[in-house]
Write a protein that binds this ligand. Structure first.
Ligand code: SF4
Length: 291
């Protein structure tokens, strides 16, 4: 039986001091690597590992802003049905108009927790699988240490990312969800975000490097209409993944919307050897937080 938790699922009175944030702009400036990318090298990978004593201190000190944690079943992709502990970082460098976690993107919420707090929360519920999601979990540089600590604790780690930020980061499954031009927010309502979203959403070279380093990967696309098909095919060709690593789900947050999309999207997926990926969490739990 799946045990669901609402909210963070562990004490908010952490012994770790939380920095007060002067403004969201300052916060995101401190998170963003220059040019949205951190170049990978074996040197930087070694530096990331550090000594075990340094790492112990870092794990207690380094904090991430977390929108929520919860235990649920993975509803999408290769590990659909696997009970997992979800850690949702707060903050995103994109602004998809349909974002179903606005509390981690448009209006980021959440307190800061140390790497040790998060590993302990996963171990306390005897998790075997952890999903680091967002928002954009590659945005905080502390995610590198978090994934390293989770894997050192014997946990299987999936990272769910839009694939726009290049970090040397450990995981077992890298799940990239590239964003189509149809995801861009309305330019009249959000001119700044429309421009940034368009600039940042599709760095193919970054995606290729992330995929090359990952032990296993999947590409998940959220398709809004058949107008997305051409761009989808060009992305699959550009990042050079096999069809069996491509999972496609409909844009929609109700069972009615999913049922409608099956009619036109599933046959197209089958014709192209892609896997149609019904968003099972919506069918199981409805569109609500903590699932
Ligand atoms: S990338 Fe994900 S979290 Fe960020 S705005 Fe788009 S859907 Fe939301």
């Amino acid at each position: 039986m799946v045990k669901l938790r609402d909210g963070l699922g562990f004490s908010k009175t952490s012994s770790v001091s939380r920095k007060s944030l002067t403004s969201l702009t300052d916060y995101f400036s401190s998170l963003l690597p220059s040019h949205d990318q951190v170049e990978f090298s074996h040197e930087s990978q070694r530096a990331n590992r550090g000594t075990s004593r340094e790492n112990q201190g870092d794990r207690a000190r380094k904090c991430l802003r977390i929108a929520e944690t919860f235990s649920s079943r993975q509803g999408e992709g290769k590990l659909t049905g696997t009970t997992s502990f979800f850690i949702r970082t707060s903050g995103c460098n994109l602004r998809c108009w349909f974002c179903d976690t606005p509390y981690a993107s448009w209006s980021p919420k959440g307190d800061k927790y140390s790497v040790d707090d998060l590993v302990k929360a996963a171990r306390d519920i005897d998790a075997t699988h952890v999903v680091l999601t967002g928002g954009e979990p590659m945005l905080p540089k502390e995610s590198v240490l978090l994934c390293q600590a989770l894997r050192a604790a014997g946990l299987h780690v999936t990272i769910e990312t839009a694939g726009t930020i290049d970090r040397s980061i450990e995981c077992d499954l890298l799940s990239i969800s590239p964003k189509f031009r149809s995801s861009t927010p309305d330019a009249n309502e959000h001119p700044n975000w429309a421009r940034l979203h368009e600039q940042r959403r599709l760095p193919v070279d970054v995606m290729k490097r992330l995929i090359e380093r990952a032990p296993d990967c999947q590409l998940k696309f959220v398709v809004d209409s058949p107008d997305d098909y051409d761009e989808l095919m060009s992305i699959v060709r550009a990042v050079d993944v096999v069809a069996s690593d491509v999972w496609i789900m409909p844009q929609g947050s109700t069972i009615e919307a999913l049922d409608k999309a099956i009619e036109w999207l599933k046959p197209w997926c089958e014709a192209n050897d892609f896997t149609y990926c019904d968003r099972m969490q919506i069918r199981w739990f409805g569109n609500r937080r903590g699932t």
